[in-house]
Design a protein around this ligand. Structure first.
Ligand SMILES: Nc1ncnc2c1ncn2[C@@H]1O[C@H](COP(=O)(O)OP(=O)(O)O)[C@@H](O)[C@H]1O
Ligand SMILES: [Mg+2]
Length: 230
């Protein structure tokens, strides 16, 4: 950092992580912190935003103050809460002000900390915001090859009975890395609890199906709870 600064340049420190839930955004933050040997501090936006603008702003100020004095990787998680929170009474002007307050802190920041913001909904974020980040990292649901790799890795240390990876990967289309990981873990737990000596195709298929049902439920709930920013 000192070397770059001496050339009037600054290292890239502000990143926006963009993509569906369970695709590795939080994992990236934690891996980055690990690699850099820095502490990871996670601030959930939905916890920061309250009914009172003054309070929200004070909390943000506190975090940006901490970030200045304690070098670390700071993750603003659930960033889209700015656009969808109900605490702000669905008031567009209010959300705007929270966002502006955040942006102002971002602009003023010239610390040596890393600032990451993670969000699922690109739609609510505007250019004013994108401009502030040094880089936008996009995440997507895993393609077939990644799904096969995920399944194989997760089940690597267990006995597998008649598994067809291709078919499993097809069944696991349109679900996240996190869902596939959890489906595998569920199948492993089931095997242990019932004293079986291996995992079958049927076991995993069953768990994948359950994940899909859970996803659908969540999606419908969120749709109901979601408030449009405009
Ligand atoms: N790209 C990935 N590769 C492997 N595992 C992943 C990946 N993304 C997510 N996972 C698994 O899912 C879990 C949750 O992911 P997370 O990073 O919290 O997702 P997000 O923050 O995008 O919602 C991780 O702890 C990991 O086990
Ligand atoms: Mg996350």
């Amino acid at each position: 950092i000192t070397k770059l600064r001496s050339h009037g340049l600054s290292p890239r420190r502000k990143f926006l992580l963009l993509g569906p839930p369970g695709t590795g955004k939080t994992m990236t933050a934690s891996a980055l912190a690990g690699e850099l040997g820095l502490p990871l501090l996670v601030a959930r936006m939905d916890g920061i935003i309250t009914k009172y603008m003054g309070e929200t702003s004070a909390k943000l100020r506190m975090i940006f103050e901490a970030l200045k004095h304690n070098r670390g990787v700071y993750l603003f998680d659930e960033f889209d809460s700015i656009g969808t929170t109900r605490a702000s009474g669905n008031d567009v002007g209010e959300m705007r002000r929270i966002l502006n307050s955040f942006l102002q802190f971002m602009d003023e920041d010239n610390s040596e900390s890393l600032i990451l913001s993670a969000t699922n909904h690109p739609g609510i974020l505007d250019h004013a915001l994108f401009r502030r980040f040094d880089d936008v990292i996009e995440y997507a649901l895993p393609d077939k090859e990644s799904r096969i790799r995920l399944l194989q890795n997760r089940l690597a240390s267990y006995k597998k009975i008649e598994i067809n990876w291709e078919k499993l990967a097809d069944a696991a289309s349109n679900i996240s890395h996190a869902d596939i990981t959890r489906a595998c873990d569920d199948a492993i737990k089931d095997m242990i609890i019932h004293d079986r000596n291996g995992i079958t195709q049927k076991d995993i298929l069953q768990m994948i199906r359950e994940r899909k049902i859970l996803d659908k439920k969540h999606y419908n709930q969120n749709k109901q709870g979601l408030t449009s920013p405009k």
